[in-house]
Design a protein around this ligand. Structure first.
Ligand code: HXC
Length: 510
């Protein structure tokens, strides 16, 4: 027996070395941890159970039968994060550059199947060179199997991708179908075709970082949802994120004990809105002051900053926050902001996360750039997402709610459940100046007269009461009481049950 146990330990030790000490050292030299070190940091101490440690590839082409490494470039298994079950796979760059073979894919799909069957989230840690070049179509087929499972699990269990090294070819499309992608600054990049292919096909010269680094994907392409300084920070933030997310689309949001009282008032909010209606203020101040203990996990913090989205808790229960940001482009809705918020709203709706919306929006952004870029379709995505969502929706208009953007931002008309407004709210078709100049175009030559018309429009519509008189706003609330009112509303809505008409699936304008 002793001999057998020694043999097992020897095999395990050998497998844990992956591609060998030299490649592990090279990984460390680049500022990256190994696959197993990453998993150790991600999971609760001692909770990770590895599967398929001894799996080897079966390829024979290009002399591959002579190079077999146990594990075959991916470490898979399950463990817990703050006590809740999570499945994980981590590409091992020290083994064939983490590239995907037929057997490597089988390890991944086994974990994907288990996560889906057992309704628990799955996290993928990526650091890989795409399809195993020596395997050809077996590797391509393997990717197809992984992609199919990504799609089937979408909306059933949260799928998170963390990019911690190069990611090329097939290794970008699996993350692209998951719910969130996070990256590590300076050491990770994602592209479909690398700089060499780009040079050959388009004659552009770009570095890997310029083509698909964390900065590009968090600020320009919006492929990545956030970037972190290093492996350790990224992994610890994944643990924090998982505390906000439900395990699946049935169980409901996790509940974390909080010392923040639901009826806490914040008098400083009474003066948050500047006297000058064109002066900005930071909507994040409101978010931090309203949610439990100011704890807000922002998604896409560096992209389309005119809208802010992320997770927080109210009375210990996770909520999704969507808020126009007056500090950036006056909080206007453009194509990027609409797409960003629409995807977030849909994530929340998939996973039964109530949505709290703070509105201060001057409308949709005018101009040829926006219209040519498809603003109509992108704006419709957000409208569609809010209207179809059946989770509890609580809305609070702090200042402007103009035009179509009023409708879109979780208004009563698209099934907002509880719609509040601050006394400073202005709900109208457009700003007073624009409105007066259209209605009284014939008086444009007389500045005095037009000023009077602007003031008249301002007096009539720059308030929440016209909407409140019609029941479109349920209650005009004191800013200081916002947290209390939202907590009460969410409590009241806890058993909300609404079913959309049966359909195979909807046809959201993609
Ligand atoms: C087999 C691979 C590999 C691959 C890397 N390696 N990529 N082995 N198949 N796809 C191996 C290398 O031979 C090397 O082995 C080790 O991994 C480390 O690679 P290096 O090139 O030395 O590292 P680095 O300089 O850091 O470059 C990393 C890299 C580069 C950027 C990922 O290796 C690269 O460009 N690889 C190919 C990327 C690619 O084109 N993949 C195919 C995409 S097509 P040794 O033994 O020397 O350590 C695809 C199709 C699927 O994925 C599409 C589905 C939609």
């Amino acid at each position: 027996m002793k001999h057998v146990i020694e043999e097992l330990e020897k095999r395990r030790e050998n497998a844990r070395l992956g591609g060998g000490q030299a490649r592990i050292d090279a990984q460390h030299k680049r500022g990256k941890l190994t696959a197993r070190e990453r998993i150790e940091l991600l999971m609760d101490d001692g909770s990770f159970e590895e599967f398929d440690m001894f799996v080897e590839h079966r390829a024979t082409e290009f002399g591959m039968e002579k190079t077999k490494i146990p594990g075959d470039g991916v470490v898979t298994g399950w463990g817990t994060i703050n006590g809740r079950v999570v499945y994980v796979f981590a590409k091992d760059f020290t083994v064939f550059g983490g590239s995907l073979s037929e057997t490597h894919a089988k390890k991944m799909t086994k974990i994907q199947d288990m996560a889906l069957k057992n309704r628990a989230p799955i996290i993928g840690l990526f650091d890989a060179g795409g399809a195993r070049i020596q395997e050809g179509v077996d590797a391509l087929g393997g990717y197809g199997e992984v992609f199919t499972r990504n799609v089937l699990a979408s909306g059933v269990i949260p799928q998170i991708s963390l990019i911690m090294g190069p990611c090329a070819g097939g290794d970008v499309y699996s993350p692209a179908m998951t719910d969130f992608i996070f990256m590590v600054k300076d050491t990770s990049y994602m592209f479909v075709t690398g700089p060499d292919v780009v040079k050959t096909v388009t004659n552009e010269t770009v570095t890997a970082e310029e083509l698909g680094g964390a900065k590009v994907h968090t600020t320009k392409s919006s492929i990545a949802d956030r970037a972190y300084e290093n492996d350790v920070e990224a992994l610890l933030q994944m643990r924090r994120l998982m505390d906000f997310l439900p395990s699946n689309n049935i169980d409901g949001v996790p509940e974390l004990p909080t010392r923040d009282s639901a009826d806490r008032l914040d008098p400083s909010l009474d003066t948050l809105i500047p006297d000058n209606p064109n002066k900005p203020y930071d909507i994040k101040e409101l978010i931090h002051k309203v949610v439990d203990e100011g704890d807000f996990f922002e998604i896409q913090d560096a992209y389309a900053k005119n809208i802010v989205v992320g997770f927080a808790r109210m009375e210990g229960h996770t909520v999704g926050i969507v808020a126009n940001q007056p500090m950036v482009l006056a909080g206007v809705l453009d194509s990027d902001a609409s797409r960003k918020a629409a995807r977030f709203v849909r994530f929340c709706d998939c996973f039964e996360i109530p949505i709290v919306t703070f509105v201060d929006v001057p409308g949709f952004l005018p101009g040829t750039a926006q219209e040519y870029g498809g603003l109509i379709k992108h704006g419709a995505k957000l409208l569609f997402a809010y209207a179809e969502a059946t989770v509890p929706k609580v809305t609070c208009i702090t200042r402007k709610a103009y035009g179509g953007a009023y409708d879109v931002m979780s208004s009563k008309h698209i099934r907002g459940d509880v719609n509040y407004a601050w006394p400073t709210a202005e709900i109208a078709v457009m700003g007073a100046k624009g409105a007066a100049e259209i209605i009284y175009r014939s008086e444009l030559s007389d500045p005095e007269k037009i000023k009077g018309r602007v003031d008249e429009y301002q007096r009539r519509f720059a308030n929440p009461f016209v909407a409140a008189e019609r029941g479109y706003i349920d209650e005009v609330i004191l800013p200081r009481a916002t947290r209390m009112r939202i907590c009460r509303a969410l409590n009241m809505l806890r058993n909300k049950t609404v079913e959309n008409p049966w359909k195979k699936h909807d046809n959201i304008p993609l």
